[in-house]
Each structure stands twice: as structure tokens, then as C-alpha cells.
Design a protein. Structure first.
Length: 115
């Protein structure tokens, strides 16, 4: 069964850091462009970052550029999101999926940044 499991969220003060992980139980993981998304309360889900199949090319939303870093381990079927200099506006449920969002969404991991 195809599954996405996110972890690593928590409560952190503004300026702090967190590292999120997402394990994807798909056999074709290494061929998938993967991405992180987030959804804040009362808002639409938004794209955060994308990483190419080999991990060489990354893209970021302007709101996180310079603070967040996406990476992947194709042996472990895992992508990561290193989040530094966190701001209260980064508070959201963070989820991963392919760039095409063609896998059923996992439950995500809650990130709460206090001011």
C-alpha cells in the first residue's frame, strides 16, 4: 500500500530550527520528483519546496528561500526538510507528496512556531 509518513514536527520558538522527515513507501521513489507542502489553519495548502529525482536540483517558495533546505535519501525512500530561522507564519501542518501530488496524502506533521 502506497503510504506517506511525515515526522519531526513540534513546538519551537521563533528563530529556532526543526528537521522534518517523510518516508514514502513506493517502489518508484527514486524516479519521483518530491515536494513538501504546508497548510496553515484556515488557509489552502501551499507548496514549500521541490527536489529532483537525484537531489541535485531544488526549488523553494519565496517565503522560505534561504531558511529551508530540502534533501532526499533514495536508499531510505525519505525526503527531509531542514527548517531554520523559523517564524510564527511558518506554523502549519507540513506534508510531503510528489510534485504531481499523485499519492494519497499522509496525516502530515504539525509545526508550531511561537513568537
Amino acid at each position: 500500500q502506497v503510504q506517506l509518513v511525515e515526522s519531526g514536527g513540534g513546538l519551537v520558538q521563533a528563530g529556532g530550527s526543526l528537521r522534518l522527515s517523510c518516508v514514502a513507501s513506493i517502489s518508484s521513489f527514486r524516479f519521483k520528483i518530491m515536494a513538501w507542502y504546508r497548510q496553515a489553519p484556515g488557509k489552502q495548502r501551499e507548496w514549500v519546496a521541490t527536489i529532483s529525482t537525484g537531489g541535485v536540483t531544488t526549488r523553494y517558495a519565496d517565503s522560505v528561500k534561504g531558511r529551508f533546505s530540502i534533501s532526499r535519501d533514495n536508499v531510505k525512500n525519505t525526503i527531509y526538510l531542514q527548517m531554520n530561522s523559523l517564524k510564527p507564519e511558518d506554523t502549519a501542518v507540513y506534508s510531503c507528496n510528489t510534485a504531481q501530488q499523485d499519492i494519497g496524502w499522509g496525516q502530515g506533521t504539525q509545526v508550531t512556531v511561537s513568537s
